[in-house]
Design a protein around this ligand. Structure first.
Ligand SMILES: CC(=O)N[C@H]1[C@@H](OP(=O)(O)OP(=O)(O)OC[C@H]2O[C@@H](n3ccc(=O)[nH]c3=O)[C@H](O)[C@@H]2O)O[C@H](CO)[C@@H](O)[C@@H]1O
Length: 382
């Protein structure tokens, strides 16, 4: 396993043309029985976000019954068993069921960036990550961030008896998460952000040879059910078990696995909770994106102004400004709902991929002062 720290400034990238490439990439979206129709509708209503509908393939993963803690089926309604999707590792069965790998082969797709939808900062088809994996001859790769604190609910990428894999946060012993090295850094610090690289041939191998070896994991869930009087009940506490497969459980079959460390503020702000929670909520996700775009603008030379035309302090990255002992809780900054809202400044993904400045945009941002409430779109209007 090779770990590298990604530093974008070390690379020169033709991002203008990459933005055009992005528009033409093929997108495969795994949904479930619950989410296929709404996802299709959302894309249709939004004119496929300017993408070619024929370049988007949506397919369903399988559903499996949820059971009570003592193994009995749960009724979701009269004569209807409660079913749930089979985990994100259901991907491999779904690729087979829906002949997706054949479709990829027909279209000439050789490399895949697979990510989970609940991270607003995901860098789709990141050319650095894909390029790193391809240049290392990897068949399988994972992006990681430094873990923020021992109990953070992220899996850790590590080697177990020499085999690269992810040990999920629900399955690692708390004392293992606390282990520290000589510099006080966490021993198991490579946090999985559900951003994976696969070659198509590796996925072909997985579906042909290894599917039967994928582990089942127990997920404890709140499963809606119908009570003995026929009333629908939405439990407030977990009441059932679901067996799930995990997408990263195929890492162990890789012949050449690589990990690629990235900066949390640039790439990871998960959405796991509803508004009202202190972290990983819609508010924190939105703030992470706005803060990132403020950093991009200020590093391109812009000054952001508040509603009274006073310059806003630069939205610097905490890891650039604060010196904290490695491994301490404050060392890695996560945006919390209590943090002040950054300037309402957003740059359209049609303008910039990761903060690089297109010539036209530079005219707008370079040395200019801009209102704090602004969307910089692909017409570069203010
Ligand atoms: C198994 C897995 O990958 N765990 C990772 C997941 O944990 P976490 O517990 O957050 O995983 P979730 O159950 O939320 O699933 C992650 C993603 O998988 C997708 N999904 C889930 C279940 C399913 O049946 N089908 C499906 O497609 C969801 O859309 C979601 O985007 O994200 C964390 C980072 O945020 C990682 O550190 C964890 O290692």
């Amino acid at each position: 396993m090779e770990v590298s720290r990604n530093n974008c400034k070390d690379y020169i990238l033709q991002t203008c043309s990459f933005l055009t490439v992005l528009l033409h990439l093929f997108r495969y979206i795994m949904t479930s029985e619950f989410t296929l129709a709404p996802t299709e509708k959302f894309f249709e209503e939004n004119n496929y976000f300017g993408l070619q509908p024929s370049n988007i393939v949506m397919f369903e993963q399988r559903m499996i019954p949820a059971v009570t803690f003592d193994g009995k089926v749960i009724l979701q309604g009269k004569g209807k068993i409660a079913m749930a999707p089979d985990g994100n590792g259901g991907l491999y069965q779904a690729l087979l069921d829906n002949k997706v790998l054949q479709d990829m082969k027909k279209r000439g797709v050789e490399y895949l960036h697979v990510y989970c939808v609940d991270n607003i900062l995901v860098k789709m088809a990141d050319p650095m990550f894909i390029g790193f994996c391809v240049s290392k001859g990897a068949d399988c790769g994972a992006k990681v961030v430094e873990k923020a604190y021992p109990a953070e609910p992220v899996g850790v990428v590590c080697r177990v008896r020499g085999v690269s894999q992810v040990v999920e946060y629900s399955e690692i012993k708390p004392e293992m998460t606390e282990l520290r090295g000589p510099g006080e850094e966490f021993v198991y610090s490579a946090g999985n952000i559900c951003n994976h690289f696969f070659t198509r041939t590796f996925l072909q191998d997985v579906t042909e040879k290894f599917m039967g070896q994928l582990k089942q994991h127990v997920a404890i869930k709140k499963v809606p059910f119908v009570d003995t009087w026929g009333n629908q009940v939405k439990p407030t506490k977990p009441n059932g078990i679901k067996m799930e497969k995990f997408v990263f459980d195929v890492f162990r079959f890789s012949r050449n696995f690589v990990a690629f460390e990235v900066v949390r503020e640039d790439e990871f702000s998960p959405l796991k909770n509803a508004d009202g929670a202190t972290k990983d909520s819609p508010i924190t996700a939105r703030n992470s994106l706005l803060a990132q775009h403020c950093r991009w603008a200020t590093s391109a030379g812009a000054t952001l102004l508040d509603e009274h035309d006073n310059p806003l302090p630069p939205s610097a990255r905490s890891d650039e400004n604060t010196v904290q002992p490695a491994g301490s809780e404050a060392h890695v900054h996560t945006i919390s709902a209590e943090d002040s809202t950054p300037a309402q400044f957003e740059i359209s993904p049609l303008v910039s991929y990761f903060g690089e400045v297109r010539t036209q945009t530079q005219i707008v941002t370079g040395g200019k002062s801009m209102s704090y409430s602004l969307l910089l779109d692909n017409n570069c209007t203010m």
